[in-house]
Design a protein around this ligand. Structure first.
Ligand code: HEC
Length: 184
């Protein structure tokens, strides 16, 4: 009986010490929150794994509407992309914007050849955003239809050429020295 009480006390003291050191760490200022400092590989792994599993656990109920793959949907998606996403995700053959270069985690290149975009997952990324990253929740400003149009544009994005991107988005081709417009 006495032993059981001793064990219980030890567990309580250990728990309290754990909580106290956690709170102490939060107040200590030891953790560097600068975006320019790369995450420790363990922190990066934990955050990305948590994020992947969180998104995959929330895909139920997202049903891809039929017949999305029309040139009109790709064109509308491309234009919404140019206005809202290019500033962070860039485009094929375009230099990354100052904003994109400063983000941590970095926005992924959605045009990389070989990528296999998953419609349901992209719908979720775009509509709900991703906490603790710069990826905004566009469900606040875009309709579901517009989000599906973005996902349709992104489905054909891997390997897209610079010229096709410029044609689809309707962005005038600028000389490299000319500053790109807002959103570009
Ligand atoms: C302010 C910057 C910013 C803007 C604007 C932005 N994104 Fe993102 N996006 C990010 C970042 C950063 C990530 C990576 C998040 C992470 O590492 O978990 C991301 C991730 C994503 C992903 C997930 C890619 C993957 O497979 O890992 C998709 C899809 C995406 N964004 C699409 C869009 C679309 C479409 C728009 C415009 C409607 C957009 N983003 C606008 C910063 C941005």
């Amino acid at each position: 009986m006495e032993n059981a009480i001793k064990i219980l006390w030890t567990i309580c003291v250990c728990l309290l010490l754990g909580i106290a050191s956690g709170v102490g760490f939060v107040y200590s200022g030891l953790y560097d929150v600068s975006a320019s400092t790369p995450d420790h590989p363990l922190v990066s792994w934990a955050l990305h794994t948590l994020s992947d599993h969180s998104i995959d656990a929330r895909l139920a109920g997202i049903v891809v509407p039929p017949a999305l793959d029309t040139p009109a949907n790709v064109a509308i998606g491309a234009q919404i992309f140019a206005a809202n996403c290019m500033v962070c995700h860039g485009g094929p053959g375009l230099p990354p914007s100052n904003i994109a270069q400063g983000l941590n985690p970095a926005p992924p290149d959605l045009f990389k050849a070989g990528r296999q975009p998953w419609m349901e997952e992209n719908f979720r990324f775009i509509k709900y955003g991703i906490k603790m990253t710069a990826m905004p929740a566009f469900g606040k400003t875009q309709t579901n239809e517009q989000i599906w149009q973005l996902a349709t544009f992104l489905r054909q994005a891997p390997g897209l050429s610079h010229t096709d991107f410029m044609t689809q988005t309707g962005i005038p081709v600028l000389a490299p020295s000319v500053p790109r417009p807002i959103g570009g």
